[in-house]
Design a binder for this molecule. Structure first.
Ligand code: NDP
Length: 313
């Protein structure tokens, strides 16, 4: 945890690059809203945008970046390799670069440690088998996906590479073959799913953690928790500010999503929390409030139950 009285505006990746500690999230930011949200955020001090091919709005995100007038070189753009593109990462990346209207990314993440196999009909990005089950290639080796990510890094089209949603067992497996240590592991993290063990594991390896769904995702349900609200009241800030600040106080990048001007503006301002506040927030899950909000669209048999440790299902 940072010891100074001010909070860092940036952290450092294991590549040496600086990464802004607060990003604007863009999942579920509807077409028609996200262009303005991104442009407004950049005009109001954000310098980090979190995008993904599967959000199906990268073209508009790119338009928002252009509208802002902020030079590309001043913006940290993250996107993610979607599951259906794992055997052809270069093609997945090119789709994202074309949609965003840029020729490089600051960070490219493997979205999930899962390969989905395209089918002839239905949503090409979320394919299902004829029997309705998810079209997963269970034999696919994630080491091959990572090898391709390393090639993309060597090409210079992505300035850092990392993963999302990788539990310790998955990282342990990847470690056997990686030549480049992931710069980032982006996961669901908040006081109800604090991921203490995973955070320590990643920190020890020099992998920076990023927290998604910091407010509990759609409708920001964590804001109504009474113990979080009490800390907010004490500091005379919103519960959202406490939930977002929690991560920066921990040395973790945080990605709040909003399409409302007022919320985008306030979410960027983080505050220093006391050791006592942090202890309360760190302890909520162990007091019976443990909860994962986002459940993956694929099976428990892929080992995702490890995310819940030490939470019982
Ligand atoms: P968040 O926890 O950021 O919550 C977003 C919700 O909170 C929206 O309903 C938003 O509504 C509302 N909200 C935002 N700010 C405030 C505020 N100050 N007061 C009250 N309500 C507020 O959820 P997400 O799940 O979207 O996670 C954030 C980002 O993380 C995503 O957008 C995406 O970029 C990334 N992500 C990555 C994943 C991965 O697998 N790698 C998975 C999930 C998310 P409104 O817009 O109306 O303000």
């Amino acid at each position: 945890m940072p010891t100074s009285t001010t909070l860092p505006t940036h952290f450092q990746l294991n590549t040496g690059a600086k990464i802004p500690s607060v990003a604007l999230g863009t999942w579920q930011s509807a077409p028609g809203e996200v262009r303005h949200a991104v442009s407004f955020a950049l005009k109001n001090g954000y310098r980090h945008i979190d995008a993904a091919l599967i959000y199906k709005n990268e073209h508009e995100v790119g338009q928002g970046i252009k509208d802002s007038g902020v030079p590309r070189s001043e913006i940290f753009i993250t996107s993610k390799l979607w599951n259906t593109h794992q055997p052809n990462a270069a093609e997945g990346l090119q789709k994202t670069l074309d949609a965003l209207g840029t020729d490089y990314l600051d960070l490219y993440l493997v979205h999930w440690p899962v390969r989905l196999v395209p089918q002839a009909t239905g949503d090409p990005l979320l394919p299902v088998n004829p029997d309705g089950s998810r079209s997963i290639d269970r034999s696919w080796d994630q080491a091959e996906t990572w090898r391709q990510m390393e090639e993309l890094y060597a090409s210079g089209k992505v300035r850092a590479i990392g993963v999302c949603n990788w539990s310790i067992p998955y990282l342990e497996e990847l470690k056997k073959t990686w030549k480049i240590i992931p710069a980032v592991n982006q996961c669901e993290i908040h006081p109800f799913l604090p991921q203490h063990e995973l955070r320590k594991y990643c920190t020890d390896l020099g992998i920076l953690m990023e927290a998604y769904s910091p407010l509990g995702s759609t409708g920001a349900p964590l804001m109504s928790d009474p113990e979080i609200a009490e800390i907010a009241e004490k500091h005379d800030v919103s519960a959202a500010t406490v939930l977002i600040s929690y991560h920066v106080n921990h040395g973790t990048v945080v990605i709040p999503k909003s399409v409302s001007e007022k919320r985008i503006a306030s979410n960027r301002h983080v505050i220093k929390l006391s050791e006592e506040d942090m202890a309360v927030l760190d302890g909520l899950a162990a007091k019976g409030k443990a909860k994962r909000i986002n459940t993956p669209l694929w099976g428990w048999d892929l080992g995702f139950e490890d995310w819940y440790a030490p939470i019982s299902k």
